[in-house]
Design a protein around this ligand. Structure first.
Ligand code: ATP
Ligand code: FE
Length: 335
């Protein structure tokens, strides 16, 4: 079964072909234009998707070595995401499926981040049910109990900012480029994680909060820079290491609690922040410390990609779960 997956929920235009769960191609066009603005500008994102979508899909087919007439279905991201961005992928997928007279499959982007673990990849195991998935990305921070592919329950989530924003906004305060997550990760490896202390927010249960953390970083930096204008340059690696250490602590505390409350020890991570080397190590350490079996995605499936949309499309195809031609994008789609 050949499935074309299309992802356009934020600022990456992506297309992927998978054949019976194995990737044949996985193409992404990043939109550099947003860097100058320090964040994604929705109008510009939508326009760039319109320019990218045809060549990106064309390239995905070409790399896979198939023609569009061989496709069995088209899967696309229905939401959540930026409406203007989602509309481009949704409209394109609908027209192509209509033109080819093949089924259309709508995909929830956050389910994609979780089910990316079911892409057939040598050396990677698929999590058995039930498992806990912590999805940590630019717009979400969730702990999801996964009983089956499409039987998922969010048991904890952020009440304000997402963890990716905590990285990116802290980076902005430090004068780093956007998105700052990857650079904080790199610098953290060179710094002392205990150089500076940030208090962790107190949130009951399995929910998260990151807006107070961002403010704490801001006030800390403002205070230190007042005393020493070169504070940031002189301590950048230590600051990054301390920020990352605190964020990982917040995530791991909740994950431990979730595992304890549910009794589930199969633990997966997904989403852009799961590319972070510190969080990957902390999770792996959980195998020894808590008897977990952990599932850490291949780097290319952490940040937004279309392979994760195509694999959900494949799983839905097997269940005969198709979308109608009048399906619409949904910016706030829930799991
Ligand atoms: P969502 O999936 O919630 O709709 P999104 O699609 O915009 O949001 P992703 O592409 O999944 O988000 O993730 C992007 C986020 O991942 C950014 O905030 C970025 O800083 C962060 N990120 C990427 N790599 C790393 C890293 N190595 N360490 C920390 N954060 C990272
Ligand atoms: Fe995402």
């Amino acid at each position: 079964i050949y499935i074309l997956g299309i992802e356009s929920s934020c600022d990456d235009t992506a297309a992927s072909i998978i054949y019976n769960g194995r990737i044949l191609s996985n193409v992404i066009a990043n939109q550099k234009i947003h860097e100058a603005y320090g964040g994604v500008v929705p109008e510009l994102a939508s326009r760039a998707h319109q320019q990218n979508i045809v060549p990106v899909v064309h390239q995905a087919l070409e790399k896979a070595g198939i023609t569009k007439n061989e496709l069995h279905a088209i899967a696309f991201t229905k939401g959540p995401g930026l409406m203007g961005s989602l509309l481009v992928g949704t409209s394109f997928a609908k027209s192509l499926a209509y033109g080819l007279n093949i089924p259309l499959i709508d995909v929830n982007h956050m389910q994609g981040h979780i089910l990316a673990h079911y892409i057939d990849e040598d050396g990677y195991n698929k999590p058995p049910f039930p498992f806990l998935a912590m999805t940590i990305s630019g717009g979400h921070t969730q702990i999801v109990k996964v009983d089956h592919y499409f039987d998922m329950t969010v048991i904890g989530e952020t009440i304000d900012d997402a963890v990716g924003e905590a990285f990116d906004k802290s980076g902005k305060i430090l004068g780093l480029g956007y998105p700052a997550g990857p650079e904080i990760d790199k610098r953290a490896a060179l710094g002392n994680p205990k150089a500076f202390k940030f208090t962790k927010p107190k949130v009951d249960g399995l929910n998260f909060s990151f807006s107070g953390f961002k403010t704490a970083v801001l006030y800390f930096i403002q205070r230190e820079v007042k005393a020493n204008p070169n504070f940031i340059e002189e301590n950048l690696n230590d600051i990054c290491a301390s920020i990352q250490y605190t964020i990982i602590g917040i995530l791991m505390d909740k994950l431990k609690l979730a595992s304890k409350q549910t009794g589930i020890k199969n633990i997966a991570i997904g989403g852009g922040v799961s590319a972070n080397s510190g969080i990957r190590k902390a999770l792996k350490d959980g195998e020894q410390k808590f008897g977990w079996t952990t599932y850490i995605p291949k780097f290319e499936f952490t940040t937004d990609n279309a392979a994760m949309i195509a694999i959900v499309g494949y799983l839905k195809f097997l269940e005969g779960d198709f979308a109608e031609q009048n399906v619409v994008a949904s910016a706030r789609l829930k799991i």
